[in-house]
Design a protein around this ligand. Structure first.
Ligand SMILES: [Zn+2]
Length: 475
């Protein structure tokens, strides 16, 4: 009975602070709370809601959805979230990636084993606790035991490091939940999240060391029966040749590493529309998107649309124009927003209005996420990015043989795109400022902790990004 009472009292104190005491002006003798922020890789919103309803998360307020990047994968997702702290654009969508400047595929398993290649100079360096890269890679060798053991060790290390640290806002990265969701299924993820909840209960009970705890995830995970998409066959039938470099007009590079619901393809300049057309209607393909001139083109069995953006006075405005059909199923919402006076004379609508109107859509916040994936999130954006239908995946044949897939992420759709935010206090949720996204999570956390976002880490900003000069992230 004691812990629920303490939690209720803490909530009441937040709502009705006594004697004018605020976080900016704590009462004499009261320590300012530290903020512990933990990324639980790949924990989906729906699973967190189910756990909360069943009373498995006793120390957190009800979860809120968090709309992550597109593709809904870790590298773009955490790059977007940690950009306010200085995370540079991601080198690759996954750890095995195509370097357009060097015209070759780089990274891979060995790249993951060293801090120098895997962590330094990336968003990963911004975590105060990041799991050991060798342990993170070794867990793939033992599918059920690996994520369990890595999870137990990581939680113990986060507890230790947080206790030792004096950081007012401590960031930890817990990775084992993603592989657990992919290959073990929800039971192990639930066990891992419950273990965090138990530890958080002990932290909250320590009145001498006040702390608020925020858990979030970098993307969702959609548990269902999975089938392989057919990309290579469709490309070959259209006359393209798959390989490790761009040699001529027919070359396509398709790096494959994990087992995800997205694919990134690299082509010779000008060949993007032909590759996207070749994939229209291929088994498992929802749509392909490519950039041409100043616009993005979305091509799929449901039609073709053009997406354009404008930025003025710090506001991003986006225009969706269907050329045939309605590939992102936005025509109704577009008509509603236009009728409500949100569109300017040329049809551009603010990213904020699109976000509010599409937060619960089958494709949550699709336009801003598609735009960001080609403008600032990646150091070397792909020529064509494919979003697969739910229930389809593509990736490494080796993993496909050894790791039967229970769930995955990567596409633009809701279950895979929605991560979660949970907090032990109301500050993060009140006043309501619209849905959480990868772009607004960190500013909101720092607003609760101290009222402002710290300056980006200089060592990361100064690091050159290979290949091209990064464009600034869209707000
Ligand atoms: Zn994953």
């Amino acid at each position: 009975m004691k812990q629920p009472f303490v939690l209720a009292a803490a909530v009441l104190l937040l709502l009705f602070p006594l004697g004018g005491a605020t976080e900016e002006n704590p009462p004499v003798g009261a320590a300012r709370p530290r903020t512990l922020v933990i990324c639980l890789d790949g924990v989906g919103y729906d699973l967190a809601v189910e756990m909360h309803r069943r009373g498995e998360l006793r120390h957190f307020l009800p979860p809120a959805p968090l709309i992550t990047s597109f593709p809904s994968d870790t590298n773009p997702g955490l790059t977007e979230m940690l950009a306010p702290l200085g995370a540079p654009p991601a080198r690759g969508y996954e750890d095995h990636y195509f370097d357009t400047a060097q015209n070759r595929v780089r990274g891979g398993v060995f790249h993951r084993l060293t801090r120098k290649h895997f962590i330094e100079g990336t968003y990963r360096a911004l975590f105060h606790y990041h799991p050991n890269p060798v342990r993170m890679t070794a867990e793939y060798a033992a599918p059920v035991l690996g994520p369990w053991l890595n999870g137990v060790i990581s939680l113990a290390r986060i507890r230790e490091e947080f206790k030792k640290s004096r950081e007012p806002v401590f960031f930890a990265y817990f990775e084992a939940s993603d592989l657990a969701a992919h290959i073990n299924g929800a039971w192990l993820v639930r066990q891992q999240v419950r273990a965090f909840d138990g530890w958080v209960g002990k932290l909250l009970a320590d009145r001498e060391h006040p702390v608020r705890v925020i858990l979030f995830s970098d993307h969702g995970n959609d548990p269902r029966k999975m089938r392989a998409a057919e990309l290579a066959g469709a490309l070959r039938r259209a006359g393209f040749r798959l390989g490790g470099a761009i040699k001529d007009e027919r070359s396509v590079v398709l790096p494959q590493f994990g087992l995800v619901s997205t694919a990134v393809l690299y082509t010779a300049p000008g060949r993007e529309p032909a590759v996207a057309e070749a994939l229209r209607g291929a088994r498992g393909v929802d749509f392909a998107v490519y950039r041409r001139n100043d616009a993005l083109y979305v091509v799929g069995p449901k039609g073709t649309a053009r997406l354009e953006a404008r930025e003025a006075d710090g506001t991003l405005r986006l225009r969706y124009r269907a050329e045939s059909g309605d590939p992102l199923l936005l025509e109704c919402i577009l008509a509603e927003l236009t009728a409500a006076g949100e569109a300017d004379p040329e049809g551009f609508i603010s990213a904020d209005a699109w976000l509010r109107a599409t937060a619960e859509h089958i494709y949550p916040d699709p336009l801003r996420r598609l735009w960001a994936s080609f403008h600032g999130l990646m150091a070397q954006p792909a020529s064509v990015v494919v979003s697969l239908e739910d229930g389809y995946y593509t990736g490494s044949w080796l993993l496909d043989v050894f790791a039967p897939l229970q769930a995955t992420h990567g596409n633009l759709r809701r279950a895979q795109s929605r991560g979660v935010v949970m907090s032990t206090d109301l500050g993060l949720f009140l006043p309501y400022r619209g849905p959480f996204t990868g772009a607004n999570l960190l500013p909101r956390i720092f607003a609760v902790h101290s009222g402002s976002v710290p300056a980006p880490a200089p060592m990361l900003v100064a690091l050159p990004v290979e290949g091209m000069a990064p464009a600034p992230l869209s707000p």
